[in-house]
Each structure stands twice: as structure tokens, then as C-alpha cells.
Ligand binder design. Structure first.
Ligand code: SAM
Ligand code: SF4
Length: 327
């Protein structure tokens, strides 16, 4: 079947599927202190989500990432992995998690067929972890990382959102820690998707500044670019690993964005900063067949915006936070 393409010639290859909007921590950059969760009856079942993924894979999606909210909070996540893994044409099945509950789930996820895990961790300091996430869970996260590696998820990627006034001075120590442990840091610019007001242009630590901080400590060279990749990767000059920056704000990668997102309640989103592009839950629960689902998704793709407009005057912040979209 023909892959989905948009009006700007971008072909959709990657899908992020959110299995819940709930979380066991409350990162300041992702959700308000007191979020309002979706009603459980509005969440799609694993069967419903897997059907949407199957339709997407038939139309050219090759990479699927399970996300949330915190995906490990959804009961029996390995069962969902087992549904997706055998889909013909699916080349990469990954998970993004805060790792708080990873220690007990890493083994079963590996056995179910999960290919890769990315862990989110913005600081190695206990007090800071609590300030950023509004919860105490750093020891559990570190145990989760080790358990994932023991289960065979190597090399782990570690995402850190860099927020001025919170952790920009830790960029070098995070990179050192990751280098020493064979992990790959990905430093992400702070986007205006946080719920309680915190974002401002001053709070964004641009990728250029992150690179400058690192260059003072480790020499590095650009790594070969990968197609559809939203990050810029770098290799350390001594050959001992690398790191990446995601310049989502200062150097938007919208021109090569090949992503779709499905929210936990079945909303299709073609851009992080756009409105819901289709209500797939309504279609699913009104008896739509796979063809009708594919048509709705393909039509939404054809309307995918050229890019976010954070730098344009009159940029309107979305009225939803990252946890409810699926980062
Ligand atoms: N709970 C999981 C986790 O934290 O890994 C998965 C969901 S979380 C929404 C996915 C990713 O989005 C995380 O790496 C997180 O750091 C990132 N993120 C959340 N809010 C963000 C923001 N305002 N700007 C940039 N990245 C953000
Ligand atoms: Fe939870 Fe992930 Fe959002 Fe942090 S970034 S609040 S861990 S969903």
C-alpha cells in the first residue's frame, strides 16, 4: 500500500503511541502540578491501539515508539509489545520511560521483543531530581537503568531536557557519567508544552550553548546524519561513544519530520504543536473498518503543517501538555 505523504513531500515513517497520560512523577516541563487525567473508559485498549499501529505499518511506518505519560504504569505492557512485534514491515520497536518502574519490567519487556529503550533523566543530583520531577525516585531510576542493561538493552539512550536555572550546569557531568557507563546522552531543548507556566525563551538552553559547554571538556566531531532523525549526533574524538542534541526550538527539524502521534485516547496528531488531526477512537468505536481508518489517517497526514511556529510573532501555545500528547 502507498506510504502516507504530506503536501511538503514528507513520507511518514515513525509513529509514537501513547498508552497512558498518567505518570508517577510530575516533571515541571511536561505537566502541571495537579494534572487532570483522562477517564479510563476513554483510553484505547491494547487491541484498539494495535489495530491502528497495524494500519500505519501497512502504510509505510517502520519505527514505533511506545510512550506516555509513563508507559510502565499501564498494566502488562509486555502484552502490548507482543502484539506489535510480529507486524510485518515494522523494523524498530522502542520505548521511552522515566525508568522509575523499569527494574522489575526490563526483563519481561526484553522477552516480549522490545528492541530499544530510551530513559529520561535530567540530573544525577537527588535534590534537583526532586525539584524537577516534584517526586523522590532517583535511586529507582538508576536501578532501572542497570536492570535494562542487564536485560540486554544496550546502548541505552538517556534524554535530558535542559532548562535554564534547573540543570544547564550539569550538561558536562551528565555527559561524563554517560560516557563512563557506555550510555548515550541526548540533550533536548525545552519546548513550550509544560502545563503550569514555566517556559520562556530565556529558559531555553539552545543546542549551540550545550555544544559549547561540552566542547570545553571533550573534543567531538559530527556523526553521519541519519534520515528522518530529529537529533544531531556527535562522536567523541577519542572514539569512546557519542552524544546528541535535539534542537527542537533553535533549529527546528520540521522540514524532515516523518512522525505521527497517537494519544492514549485515540487522537491522531501530526504535529506536537497542532490540534488533534483526527478522532480515531470515535471511528474505532463506531465500527470503522481498516480502510476507513487508513483513509482518515492518510487525509490527516495530507494536512500536516509545514512546521511549528515558535519563532513567529503571535505563536499560540497549545492548550495541552506533553504528557497528554506523548513526547
Ligand atoms: N514518561 C516517559 C519519559 O519521561 O521518558 C515518556 C513520556 S515523556 C512525555 C517523553 C519525553 O518528552 C521525555 O524524554 C521528556 O523529557 C520529554 N519532554 C517532556 N516535556 C518536554 C518539554 N516541554 N520539552 C522538551 N521535551 C519534553
Ligand atoms: Fe512523566 Fe515523562 Fe512527563 Fe516526566 S516527562 S512527567 S516522566 S510523562
Amino acid at each position: 500500500m502507498r506510504p502516507w505523504s504530506d503536501a511538503f513531500g514528507r513520507t511518514i515513517r515513525a509513529l509514537r503511541v501513547s498508552v497512558t497520560d498518567r505518570c508517577n512523577v510530575r516533571c515541571l516541563y511536561c505537566m502541571p502540578a495537579e494534572p487532570r487525567w483522562l477517564d479510563r473508559k476513554d483510553l484505547l485498549s491494547y487491541e484498539e491501539l494495535a489495530r491502528l499501529v497495524r494500519v500505519a505499518v501497512r502504510h509505510g511506518v517502520r519505527k514505533v515508539r511506545i510512550t506516555g505519560g509513563e508507559p510502565l504504569l499501564r498494566q502488562d505492557l509486555p502484552a502490548f509489545v507482543r502484539m506489535l512485534k510480529p507486524l510485518p514491515g515494522l523494523e524498530d520497536l522502542a520505548l521511552t520511560t522515566n525508568a522509575v518502574a523499569l527494574a522489575e519490567q526490563a526483563g519481561p519487556l526484553r522477552e516480549a521483543g522490545l528492541d530499544r529503550i530510551t530513559v529520561s533523566l535530567d540530573t544525577l543530583d537527588t535534590a534537583r531530581y526532586e525539584r524537577i520531577t516534584r517526586r523522590r525516585a532517583l535511586p529507582e531510576v538508576l536501578q532501572g537503568l542497570s536492570a535494562a542493561e542487564q536485560a540486554g538493552f544496550r546502548p541505552l539512550k538517556v534524554n535530558a531536557v535542559v532548562v535554564r536555572g534547573f540543570n544547564e550546569d550539569e550538561v558536562v557531568s551528565l555527559a561524563e557519567w554517560a560516557r563512563a557507563s557506555g550510555r548515550m546522552m541526548r540533550f533536548i531543548e525545552f519546548m513550550p508544552l509544560e502545563g503550569d507556566p514555566l517556559w520562556s525563551r530565556e529558559r531555553v538552553v539552545p543546542a549551540a550553548e550545550i555544544l559549547e559547554r561540552l566542547a570545553g571538556r571533550f573534543p567531538f566531531v559530527p556523526a553521519p546524519a541519519q534520515s528522518g532523525c530529529t537529533s544531531q549526533a556527535f562522536d567523541y574524538a577519542d572514539g569512546r561513544g557519542g552524544f546528541a542534541v535535539v534542537a527542537a526550538v533553535s533549529r527546528a527539524f520540521c522540514g524532515s519530520c516523518d512522525r505521527l502521534r497517537i494519544t492514549a485516547d485515540g487522537g491522531l496528531r501530526t504535529c506536537l504543536f497542532g490540534d488533534k488531526a483526527a478522532d480515531l477512537r470515535a471511528l474505532l468505536r463506531n465500527g470503522a473498518d481498516d480502510r476507513a481508518l487508513a483513509e482518515a489517517m492518510g487525509e490527516a497526514v495530507s494536512r500536516k503543517a509545514s512546521g511549528h511556529r515558535i519563532h513567529f510573532p503571535g505563536f499560540k501555545r497549545p492548550d495541552c501538555a506533553m504528557h497528554s500528547i506523548g513526547g
